[in-house]
Design a protein. Sequence first.
Length: 421
Amino acid sequence: MRTVFRIVAVVAAVFFASCIFGTITAASIVPAWKVNLPDDMRVSGITISDDGSRVFVGGNLLRVLSSDGQLLWGGYNGEVAAMSGNGKYVVTAMGETLRLLDKDGTLIWTRTSGAPITNVAISNTGSVIVSDDSRGYLRTFNRAGESFGTAQLEPATNIAISPAGDLIVIATDSGLRYINPGLDLLWSDNRSGGLETFIAISIDGSTIYTAGGNRVSSHTRTGTLNWQKDVTSEHITDMACSEYGTVLVLGSQDSFVYVLDNGGYTRTKVSTGQWVNAVSVSQDGTMVAAGSIDRYLTLFFRNGMQIGKVRTDRIIQPRSVAINPYNSRVVAADELFVYGYTIGPDLVFVDETATSRQTVTRTPQVTTDPRISITTDLPVPESSGTAGYPVTAATTKKSPVSVIAGLCAITIMMVIFRRSG
């Protein structure tokens, strides 16, 4: 009888300990919805509006979803497309035709270029729209479709507009170009070569990050170089920055996610185990999401502590991961589905990588979606960093709470054994 009792006690204690150790992180990212994509749709990117109410899914077909995964509208080609930050406008191109659509997918206007359009961008309020064609002709418009002008530069590899709409950054095979909506050339850099593939601009437009190959650069809005570094061991596959540009995140073919500060120093290096296809960072810079080709979506704090990890049905597509503004949901897309995951509401972030210990606690806030009512206080902007700052290499870190609870489980098991003996 005592032997049976001991076996039951061991099984119960081990089960309890495994639950404590294993489910706290897993339960912090929970499936919320799953939307089937058309069989012939190829996803090429995901963005979420500034208020979290709309999810924009680009690809050879467009899809705009609500925060709870309902299809709001779809159609048109979306491989060359972008949504305004406020979610009210979508600009898309097919061949030589440029289209502006409203929040319901209704066509506002069309404009025609003399060659296939290769890049488009739109400001946060939709006040400035820019397109580039295969000949290098840039065109800028306002919401009414009125032209600000046309200029010919080199064909662009990527275009981005500052949130305020007053600065357009263009990456070309020859280097970077800064222009204003009137197409006046403000600054150019022919020394940078044609590595730049990704562009990210801070919300105040003061910092411009560009990346390509294994190199990352930071410039001011006037073109002054803050820093330029070779960061990854293989090519960069995606880049994202926090709202104020204090945290920069890179995904790489070398299977690592790199978290940098605004001084260019690598604060954390997290292994995903496989080639990283997509990364996202929360507006406040506390959370990072990464999708890799082994179908895993991993969510972790910027100090490397894992929050949760889930697996999709197919390979997560390039640039197809996004965290919403309230740190309450992460969205990802594979070849068949768009997935919405809810992030646990009881997370506490302690930044062990900051020079001074920094704690961010999630607090309730009223939002447009009553089920998504968690946000995170903005962190104090970090300094430019210090040379020689230790890099945190992380795979999976457990919460200190789970460790304490696990020790309690082991203690209980020992007490049961002693009494049963």
